[in-house]
Design a protein around this ligand. Structure first.
Ligand code: AGP
Length: 613
């Protein structure tokens, strides 16, 4: 995915655009650019690399103006380079466009334009947009009509913004399948207008915002003018911008990821306060799904990607244990193509931090095509997935900027855990005593998390030990098998060390061939029914000179004796343990990446949300 910003207002636009792009850099960071219109003259500047590289280039070009757009890119079509960076312009340089998404019929449009003599400077799909507009202008259409007609030719998902010398005081914008927000504020008594891919771009400058729906377009000039693709004039309802600047800044932390790891106890407190009422009553007031429908479910299918699916795999066990509903957890990219066997008593559950992941959204469309109800757990209630689901549950994690998901993961685990208890409750599967005992432990969760986060020394020692390794294996069973997968995902995506998580019972069926003194094995073995079996796995690794790093319950001397490195966690029930045992793995990944000099918040090749399939 990419990040788009646009601004019209009293400030010097280049500084507003750069700051806005910096706040959207988590959406993509392989190249960036801006286009500014000043006294009917349009100037573009773009650079391969980070926003800071663009900023340095802008210092050499004194560009002034109050109308402009900007873009930070995650390459889809065309490698990261200055020529593939946005904005893209027509030949005359009188129109500049920025785009997030994919124009699926770009090849057909590009050939049509080439036949008309248009030359292309880039390998991107985006570049067809300014040339198409130019073509309509040459046919005598006004810019507004040319923009509309171009939108009518585009297939695929996109959010676009456009500036021009033709209408220098205007920014055009449109949304179809990729997020786009318009917002307004005031500076020195004068109005200022924003358009952006996500809210952080204009926090704290904008006071109200409107999240466009698909097939809505418009322009900014002396205010917002919004229309449907069908031509109807729309009256958008602007909502107050509630995100605080402190929520999207690093504060005293070196990285967003570290800040978000340490926010987890606070996030857990927030979720518990909202969900757990007096008398252990569970509340999901935003759910929008009738209890009697939920109480009669025969099957739940969880579909998600990456970290969110790891959370879904834990949820599968919780739902089956507490609500006695058959539950499967599947990658969205697999679920959507396997013609899933689902019936009227099935609920499809989507889990997505961003609420914009293309594969998960496609899984929701697949479910709805089969007339199956969809419940989604999302961190953004204005997201596409939230809008297209029948029921929603707010993760309440707050904005997560670090590309590697941490607080959203434990927020998913906790909301899904509480949802499984809610389902057990309405299906009369939980006794009051069982519920009371579980809730008592859940109320202690923030304090238990904090204990782990305060105990950094052993974690840093592990990071020192693995930072030069080429491969690390993670083992876990039942509730902590997904923990092993999540620990491996965290390590590989930010430190670039190859890492794999395995169901520990599977280890002897082949993967144990990987064990050597240079391939450390991280074992998640807290107290519980699986502990004895995990000790057997430890012995198997030790017998083959493997180095063992154990995440164990405080006081477990037997496993401590068998291990080369140990990180303690406080004693909890086995079904709560995944919310605790993942914390050391997040921090091990973080410090390993830091010791290796990796860019923790913006790892290579990745973006915060994968809005392409
Ligand atoms: C997690 O650290 C990764 N960044 C990635 O696997 C992510 O979880 C996945 O892309 C799903 O994103 P979503 O939760 O926004 O749908």
């Amino acid at each position: 995915m990419c990040g788009i910003v646009g601004y019209i207002g009293p400030k010097s636009v280049d500084s507003v655009l750069i700051v806005g792009l910096q706040k959207l850099e988590y959406r993509g960071y392989d190249s960036a650019g801006i286009a500014i219109v000043n006294r009917k003259e349009l100037t573009t500047a773009k650079e391969k690399g980070r926003i800071v590289d663009l900023e340095n280039r802008l210092r050499t070009l004194k560009i002034d103006g109050h109308v402009g757009i900007g873009h930070t890119r995650w390459a889809t079509h065309g490698e990261p380079s200055r020529r593939n960076a946005h904005p893209h312009t027509n030949k005359a340089g009188s129109i500049a466009v920025v785009h997030n998404g994919i124009i699926e019929n770009y090849a057909e449009l590009k050939n049509e334009l080439k036949r008309k003599g248009y030359l292309f400077e880039s390998d991107t799909d985006t570049e067809v947009i300014p040339h198409l507009i130019d073509n309509y202008l040459k046919e005598g259409k006004k810019l507004e009509q040319a923009f509309m007609e171009t939108l009518g030719r585009l297939e695929g998902k996109y959010a676009v913004a456009l500036v021009s010398e033709i209408e220098p005081e205007r920014i055009y914008f449109a949304r179809n399948g990729a997020p786009l927000i318009i917002a307004q504020g005031e500076h020195a008594g004068k109005p200022e207008y924003f358009v952006a891919s996500d809210v952080p771009a204009f926090v704290p400058l904008a006071k109200t915002a409107y999240h466009l729906h698909d097939r809505e377009w418009g322009y900014i000039q002396g205010g917002f003018h919004l229309f449907s693709y069908e031509g109807a004039k729309l009256a958008p309802h602007f909502e107050p911008v509630t995100i605080l600047a402190s929520e999207i800044e690093k504060g005293d932390y070196e990285h967003y990821m570290l800040k978000e790891i340490y926010e987890q106890p606070e996030v857990a407190k927030r979720i518990i306060a909202r969900r757990l009422k007096e008398g252990n009553v569970l509340s999901f007031e935003e759910l929008r799904m009738p209890r009697d429908f939920l109480s009669r479910l025969g099957k739940i299918v969880i579909q998600a990607c990456g970290t969110s699916l790891n959370a879904g795999m834990v949820a599968k066990l919780h739902i089956e244990q507490f609500a006695h509903i058959e539950t499967v957890a599947d990658y969205s990219s697999e679920f959507r193509y396997r013609n899933p066997v689902v019936g009227g008593d099935t609920l499809v559950v989507g889990i997505s931090q961003s609420g914009e992941t293309a594969d998960t959204l496609a899984g929701i469309h697949e479910a709805k095509a089969k007339f199956i109800k969809v419940l989604s757990f999302v961190n953004n209630l204005n997201s596409t997935i939230a809008r297209e689901s029948d029921g929603i549950i707010d993760l309440m994690a707050g904005p997560e900027i670090g590309v590697a998901s941490t607080k959203a993961y434990t927020a998913q685990l906790l909301n899904l855990y509480l949802f499984s208890l809610y389902m057990g409750d309405i299906r009369w599967k939980l006794s009051d005593e069982q519920k009371a005992e579980i809730m008592r432990e859940i109320r202690r969760l923030p304090e238990l998390m904090q204990q782990v986060l305060n105990n950094l020394d052993p974690i840093k020692k592990v990071a020192e030990f693995i930072k030069d390794k080429n491969s690390v294996l993670f083992l876990g069973r039942t509730f902590n098998y997904p923990t092993a997968l999540e620990g491996a995902l965290k390590l590989k995506e930010i430190s670039y060390i190859h890492a794999e998580g395995y169901a520990a019972g599977e280890f002897k069926h082949g993967p144990i061939a990987l064990v050597s003194e240079n391939v450390p094995v991280i074992v998640v073995a807290p107290q519980g029914d699986m502990r004895t079996k995990m000790i057997s796995n430890l012995q198997e690794v030790k017998a083959r000179q493997g180095k063992i790093i154990s995440v164990i319950t405080r006081g477990d001397d037997e496993i401590r004796e068998l291990s080369d490195y140990v990180v303690d966690i406080p004693p909890t029930s086995e079904h709560l343990s995944p919310l605790i045992s993942v914390l050391p793995l997040q921090l091990i990944a973080y410090y390993t990446a830091v010791y290796r000099g990796c860019d923790v918040d913006k790892p290579r090749n990745l973006a915060k949300s994968v809005t392409v399939e």
